[in-house]
Design a protein around this ligand. Structure first.
Ligand code: ZN
Ligand code: ZN
Length: 309
């Protein structure tokens, strides 16, 4: 008797609880759908350097390919999210300014299309793709801004201990903060060396073997990177010399031996903006993507741009 009465009381309560759950769950789903719908569908034009073709892609979808090209899906989520924001800003700003971006990492940034991701990751494709998608969705539409305008936020593999001011790297008057970086650890590898026999180096530089002894740094940036060097009558910008010899960065030095020249290089890439190896290190220390971005881009703020800005 008591049980039947209790049952009569519990049933309506249960029914009310289920209805309430369905109602609030439905509202949450509606709110989520509204939030997703609020993200503007931005598109970019991607030029494939291999065959010269171009395609128009939704920016958020293209970011999966840029992330896969620039980072490892095994990197910590906070580092991936920081790179997602930097890549979104870089791609959006460059597409606005130039009408397109390309998949040449020396010019714009690396891109790995979905077919290549499937092939490279094999049975791990679904899990790795989900990790990249999480980094993109967790930062949806967030970009790096200055005075409300989206910035082409630069990034590189490893700074080698100090990032570089954009003006010191490429000339021009775009100043970006150079910050010390202590967190590269084993990621990215900071030191590299290569050997050039005298005859080969002389031929590459267009000088005689005897003139090699005149090779000297004429100007260096505050971070210690070579900005200009000369060898007798010849002179180069640090960036030109770097690509001429295939060095990893302009933070290099050399040692002359009887047989040739050893070039030792610190870091990998131009050194401006986000240091990917440093971002991985900071994420390992528990920093989130906002903290990582605030460190490497102290002059920029995080936000969503107005349409077309
Ligand atoms: Zn390009
Ligand atoms: Zn670094």
């Amino acid at each position: 008797m008591r049980l039947r009465r209790a049952g009569r009381c519990v049933l309506p309560l249960l029914l009310a609880a289920v209805l309430a759950f369905l109602y609030f769950n439905g509202r949450a789903a509606e709110r989520e759908a509204a939030a997703v719908a609020a993200i503007p569908t931005r598109t970019i034009t991607l030029r494939h350097t291999a065959d010269g073709t171009a395609e128009e892609l939704p920016l958020e979808e293209a970011l999966l390919g840029f992330l896969a090209g620039e980072m490892s899906p095994e990197d910590p989520p906070a580092a991936l999210a920081a790179q997602a924001v930097a890549a979104r800003s870089f791609v959006y700003a460059r597409d606005l300014a130039a009408g397109e971006v390309c998949d040449d990492s020396a010019h714009c940034l690396a891109y790995l299309p979905e077919a290549a991701r499937r092939e490279r990751w094999g049975i791990n494709f679904a899990a790795r793709e989900a990790k990249l998608r999480e980094a993109v969705e967790a930062t949806a539409d967030l970009m790096l801004l200055k005075d409300g305008a989206v910035q082409p936020a630069y990034f590189h593999a490893a700074c080698g201990g100090m990032t570089e001011n954009a003006a010191d790297c490429w000339g021009g008057d775009v100043q970006t903060a150079a910050v010390p970086c202590f967190w590269e650890g084993g990621a990215g590898g900071s030191l590299s060396a290569c050997f050039w026999p005298k005859a080969e180096l002389a031929a590459k530089l267009g000088v005689t073997e005897a003139e090699l002894a005149l090779l000297e740094v004429r100007a260096a940036s505050a971070s210690g990177r070579v900005q200009r060097l000369s060898c007798g009558e010849k002179s180069w910008r640090g960036t030109e010399f770097r690509s001429l010899l295939g060095l990893r960065s302009t933070d290099f030095n050399w040692l002359a031996t009887a047989e040739g020249y050893w070039f030792t290089t610190q870091g990998w890439g131009h050194g401006v903006g986000l240091c990917q190896a440093g971002a991985v290190g900071l994420a390992g220390q528990g920093c989130d993507f906002r903290q990582i971005l605030a460190y490497y881009y102290p002059d920029f703020t995080l936000g969503s741009p107005e349409e077309g800005v």
